[in-house]
Design a protein around this ligand. Structure first.
Ligand SMILES: CC(C)(COP(=O)(O)OP(=O)(O)OC[C@H]1O[C@@H](n2cnc3c(N)ncnc32)[C@H](O)[C@@H]1OP(=O)(O)O)[C@@H](O)C(=O)NCCC(=O)NCCS
Length: 336
């Protein structure tokens, strides 16, 4: 494989939002996430650690961007360790430049830069895809240990928006307004060996700036507790489909280890009622239901959806030496 006709550079991705958007939209066929420039600019602005980083490959003759990958920081914790994890995503090679090592070259440059920051990496892929194959090649080639965390279990339901009374036990509001209670429920998740999303205030403030509709949902509490039993960050994600850009409701970073079916049902109803465009029946999906008891999910009216993502925990040599990280077996992190 020759990549001599491409120039590879590590940059801050906010400097190449327009080029990255054009490349990602050309690289993915529907159905896929819609990579609008606004969405990418927001993703590349996540705070934490040394901020986002990207590797870019430019065609030597045309100076067009033909390869891209980026990491954005997220605060996470597993057992006694907590810190910044780099979520690696936005990997793309232009359709006209595939199969000649562009993705491999971009990975090599990005993984070297990421390990210099001593941060572990979390990444997602569709099972058995070219993307997963590239992951399995790229990380070991860069000296990383690659730990498969398995399938992200997806659950969902078609939900009709309901009257306020039916969702009274579920609070909905802006992530910024509800950040303190949201943070508390996310922190209360305690199952061992799970990599839990653990956003700090700065990260929650950034979530509140999502250019798509993004809401905090909190259901419960019950008994004598003052802390809600279930929480999630809900978003009206934009999907690129054969019919154009469509919205779908995703409940991300689900914290549901104390969930009762009634709480979960109220949360799903509340998401459809407040986020569904035009008040129509909507598919509400929990793309990554780690920590959710399947019996509770079924009793709340949710059904298992075919799982479409696997995740990997990836630790470079410097991260390993400096941090001696725990190895998780699953994660409730947002799939990006
Ligand atoms: C996946 C993608 C980034 C690969 O880009 P690329 O520049 O063609 O990949 P490379 O030439 O660097 O190949 C890297 C490795 O992945 C493998 N690979 C890449 N695409 C593959 C495919 N479609 N099927 C099987 N293997 C594939 C290559 O064979 C190579 O492994 P090898 O060294 O064992 O031969 C590109 O096809 C793409 O942009 N796809 C759409 C977006 C996407 O799926 N992104 C990844 C999300 S996880």
């Amino acid at each position: 494989m020759s990549t001599t006709d491409a120039r590879v550079e590590v940059v801050h991705p906010t400097s190449v939002v327009r080029e990255a958007g054009n490349l990602l939209r050309a690289a993915w066929s529907p159905p896929s996430l819609h990579y609008s420039d606004e969405f990418l600019a927001w993703q590349f602005g996540f705070p934490g650690g040394e901020g986002a980083l990207a590797a870019t490959a430019w065609d030597a003759a045309s100076e067009r961007l033909i390869g891209f990958a980026a990491v954005t920081p997220r605060r996470m914790r597993v057992n006694d360790w907590s810190g910044v994890v780099y979520a690696l995503s936005y990997v793309a090679a232009h359709p006209s430049a595939r199969g000649r090592g562009i993705a491999a070259a971009v990975y090599a440059a990005l993984l070297e830069a990421v390990d210099a920051a001593a941060c572990p990496v979390l990444t997602f892929a569709q099972p058995q895809s070219g993307g997963e194959r590239a992951i399995r090649r790229a990380y070991p080639a860069a000296g990383y240990r690659l730990y498969p965390l398995g399938e992200c279990q997806a659950w969902g339901a078609m939900v009709r928006p309901s009257s306020a009374g039916e969702t009274a036990s579920c609070q909905v509001g802006s992530v910024a307004e509800m950040s303190a209670s949201l943070g508390r429920v996310l922190k209360a998740q305690s199952a061992r060996d799970i990599l839990w999303a653990d956003p700090d205030d700065a990260e929650l403030v950034h979530y509140a700036r999502d250019p798509r509709t993004r809401r905090a949902l909190l259901c419960g509490p019950h008994d004598n507790s003052t802390t809600a039993a279930v929480a999630s960050l809900a978003v009206a994600a934009e999907m690129n489909t054969a019919r154009g850009v469509e919205r779908t409701i995703l409940l991300e970073c689900l914290a549901a280890s104390d969930a009762r079916a009634a709480d979960l049902r109220a949360m799903v109803q509340q998401a459809a009622t407040t986020i569904s465009p035009a008040g129509r029946t909507a598919l509400v999906t929990i793309p990554n239901a780690t920590g959710l008891d399947p019996t509770v999910a079924r009793a709340a009216g949710l059904r298992r959806l075919p799982s479409s993502f696997v995740s990997y925990w990836c630790v470079g040599p410097l991260a390993q030496a400096r941090l001696g990280l725990e190895v998780p077996t699953g994660t409730n992190a947002e799939i990006i």
